[in-house]
Every structure is written in structure tokens, then in C-alpha cells.
Write a protein that binds this ligand. Sequence first.
Ligand SMILES: [Zn+2]
Length: 262
Amino acid sequence: MTELVDIGVNLTSKSLLRDLDGVMQRAADAGVRQMVVTGTSIAASEQALELCARFPERLLFTCGIHPHHASEWDALSQDRLRKLAQQPRACAIGETGLDFNRSYSPHEVQETAFRRQLELAAELEMPVFSHQRDAHSRFVEILRDYRDRIGKIVVHCFTDSREALLDYLDLDCHIGITGWICDERRGLELRQLVKLTPAERLLLETDAPYLLPRDLQPRPSTRINEPAYLPHILEAVARHRNQAIDALAAQCLENSRRFFDL
Ligand SMILES: [Zn+2]
């Protein structure tokens, strides 16, 4: 069976925790052996660490403060994230970045939290798991300031334009592709852009429980996305890249292992 790594699962969200053993089992049955649990706040990162202790063979986690939660950033945040990042199974700093779409936190606050987390990644020599929505130009400006001090960066759930993609590739970023590509309306541009992305820069993720692939058959009544649907995303990416599924799976597995040092 094709072996896959889901590089973005919000496994600390209630809708997945409710049936955690089922989620883990269905993922394993679908070939998704390892998953990276996204840390979106200090509390969520701590919870992710606990989940990793329960499934040490299969889970890793990122530790960070999502731009939605940037208002929670305070004088202690960097130290707390540093301690979390030094725990076993911690594999990246993030989710961090800018989200000017919902702007749950003021833009300046988001920028400060983003910069501090990039500094931490540079200090600890860890990869960055980043998020950008409607904030591309500021995001790239900030990233450029730190780029030569940071090793690996993934722009997760990429849904942006051709220009944005080229900027990220120019900065030698990895590109995280979700089930957004399965959306027959919103995913059209992404279907073109996966063709332009070098194979060695592609990473696959569900971003579960969000972004249930729209063309999933049968459509789960719960509408909850889960890592077991990653092969469906793999197939869509392979189709739009005119690439054999097995070859793409092997490439993405290798990319994930290299990126997160699995
Ligand atoms: Zn995100």
C-alpha cells in the first residue's frame, strides 16, 4: 500500500478527539502512517505533545501560535514555545504567519508574533510551518528578513496566486497542498499551479477537520475531514500533474521525511 504522511492535522480539535481511536485506525487503514499535529496556540501545542505521547510511533507535532491567536502572544510565549519545541516529537515551529482575511488579531500583533516565532526557529534550527491568507506581500517581506537564518519552510494550505507561488519557490519554500484542489470552483487555479511546483517541494496535508474534499464519494454525513482522506488528495494532485499516483506518493513521502527529519 502507498505510505503517506499527513503534514497538517488539527488533531486537538474536538471533532477529531471525539473519536480519536477511530480517526487513527482509519488513517492507518488508508496508508497514512504518520501525521504532524498542528499546534495553533500554547494550549493546543501542549495538548498535541500529550497526543504524541499516546501515539509516539505515528504522531509528531508543531508548536506555535496561529495568527488568529496572535493576541495571546505575551512576554512568556517565546520561552514557553522554546520548552515545547525541545520536547521529543516536536518537529517544527508553527503554525505561524499572517491572516488578514479574518484578522481575528490586529495586523501588527500578528507580525510581531510571526517574527518572534521565526527567530525561535532560527535559534533552534527547526523548520517552520507557516500560514498565509490575504497577506502575501507582508508575509514575504517578513520571511525575506529571516530566510537565510532558517532552514526549511512550508507554506501550508497553499491557495494563493501564481505570483505568490513563484515568490515562495524563489524563497525555496515547500508548498502544502490540501483538499482545496478538489473544489471544482475555488480549486481551479490551484489545479494549474500544482503543475508549476517542483516535485521535491510538494507536501500533502488534509488540514483536518477542516477542508473536507468537496468531491469525496460517498460524502461523510459528519462533514468532518480526517487524515484517512489524504489518498483522495494525493490522487487529485497526481491527476492534475499528469503524474503516476505511486510515483507522487513516493516523492511526497521522501519530501515529508526530509522536511521533518522523520
Ligand atoms: Zn492554516
